[in-house]
Ligand binder design. Structure first.
Ligand SMILES: *[C@@H]1O[C@H](CO)[C@@H](O)[C@H](O)[C@H]1NC(C)=O
Ligand SMILES: *[C@@H]1O[C@H](CO)[C@@H](O)[C@H](O)[C@H]1NC(C)=O
Ligand SMILES: *[C@@H]1O[C@H](CO)[C@@H](O)[C@H](O)[C@H]1NC(C)=O
Ligand SMILES: *[C@@H]1O[C@H](CO)[C@@H](O)[C@H](O)[C@H]1NC(C)=O
Length: 381
């Protein structure tokens, strides 16, 4: 009896070790290039994947209406069956238990604009497949501030609306331009900063709008602004300053910081209300290079991440989640007219509103979170 028990335990043990080994193999594969950094996951191609997404709009209640493409009647589903294949490694399929284990007893905060929300909602849906999130806080129109608890792993996930990261005002009925103070972070999340163990920052598109910029209380200049006594200075340098101010404030005290790089849109010069503005149903082949706004915004972000890392040395845990090039290959991943429910139920109109900026959920953003899990894993070893 004892003998049998022993053999049995040995068998279980060796199966367990085999599994660990198999898992190690995939991980090793992902890390192989250098010990320090991931393989260059930004170079590769989208390949067909019969497995399909881990969740859908029926199984997850946290998808913003305008991005719930299937529920809104998007007729094709081929865009759901792709996975990103880097040239030198493989990205493991999202493992929700693994993510929750990595984040046990920790607080993860997403800070930024609607692209931050897009990535956050993908993550909540992915995690919901193994653990039920408890929405413990909700505030602001359009769900701008929310917090969930995954009691199973004592994990907290929050989202903070802050499209400029830095302090300022968004344009409103009374104000026809944005106001940014590039030398200090937005108080709303800044006041809670000490509570976060891990931060994901994601912004960009709001910087294109008319704005007046301040630094140390005096006017720096403005962008697309009617104010006559103000000098046009564009937005690239301001974007850089806002990123720098934020990273300096956040990347401290062993806090883990991930900056998701600029998310490309696919209007590609077409009017946003033109029929078929982004109606592709398959990814682009590899070889489409970054250009224009996508190239410049990403470059600024990469440079600022590198410069803060250099200045702060080994103590900082800061990395770019470099999704720009991966995502530019996915013109098929946007809601397009399906930002609204059944846009063609009364026939095909001449003009239709299109969202070629955000991403359908499920969709390409799920891959961003698959890459993010690898970053967290390496910080934990
Ligand atoms: C959504 O996911 C659930 C759970 O995985 C599954 O049972 C259901 O069939 C899916 N629905 C659609 C429309 O794919
Ligand atoms: C949950 O995590 C927090 C730290 O974020 C810790 O202080 C607390 O003791 C944990 N609770 C449990 C029940 O483990
Ligand atoms: C324009 O000039 C006025 C008067 O000097 C000043 O009060 C105001 O703040 C300036 N506006 C901007 C946008 O610089
Ligand atoms: C996309 O829209 C254009 C313009 O309306 C149309 O000619 C084309 O057939 C559409 N393609 C698909 C795949 O629906």
């Amino acid at each position: 009896m004892i003998q049998y028990g022993f053999v049995y335990i040995r068998m279980i043990l060796s199966i367990y070790i085999l599994c660990l080994y198999a898992e190690e193999k995939t991980q090793e594969n992902f890390d192989r290039k250098t010990e320090e950094s991931l393989c260059d996951y930004t170079k590769g191609k989208w390949v067909r994947d019969h497995k399909g997404p881990l969740y859908n709009g029926s199984s997850c209640g946290t998808i913003k209406d305008g991005q719930n493409c299937l529920r809104h009647g998007r007729p094709d589903s081929g865009y759901l069956y792709w996975k990103w294949k880097p040239n030198q490694c493989d990205i493991p399929r999202f493992d929700a238990n693994r993510f929750l284990d990595l984040m046990r007893d920790k607080h993860l905060a997403f800070i930024g604009d609607s692209m931050a929300r897009n990535q956050l909602e993908s993550l909540i849906c992915l995690l919901s497949t193994v653990s039920t999130p408890d929405l413990v806080y909700r505030n602001g129109e359009d769900n701008k501030f929310r917090r969930w608890r995954f009691e199973s792993h004592n994990v907290t996930v929050s989202v903070y609306w802050s499209p400029f990261l830095v302090a300022g005002l968004e344009k409103s009925g009374k104000l026809d331009h944005n106001v940014l103070h590039v030398d200090r972070v937005n108080e709303r999340w800044g006041n809670d900063l000490e509570r976060f163990d891990t931060v994901v920052v994601s912004v960009g598109h709001w910087f294109l709008h008319p704005a007046v910029y301040y630094e140390s209380g005096s006017v720096l200049g403005c962008h697309s602004c009617e104010a006559s006594n103000c000098t046009e200075i564009g937005f690239f340098d301001i974007f850089r300053k806002a990123i720098r101010t934020t990273l300096k404030a956040v990347a401290r005290n062993r806090r883990e910081v991930i900056l998701t790089t600029f998310s490309p849109s696919h209007f590609e010069g077409r009017p946003w209300d033109s029929l078929g503005a982004c109606n592709m149903t398959e990814p682009y082949e590899e070889g489409k290079v970054l250009e224009g706004l996508d190239l410049e915004m990403r470059r600024i972000e990469m440079e600022e991440v590198a410069s803060v890392r250099e200045a702060k040395g080994a103590e900082v845990r800061l990395e770019a989640l470099d999704v720009t090039a991966i995502s530019v290959l996915r013109p098929d991943g946007h809601p397009g007219p399906y930002m609204y429910e059944f846009p063609f139920k009364n026939g095909v109109p001449e003009r239709v509103h299109n969202d070629c900026l955000h991403w359908c959920l499920p969709g390409p953003v799920d891959t961003w979170n698959e890459i993010m899990i690898e970053m967290l894993r390496r910080w934990r070893v």
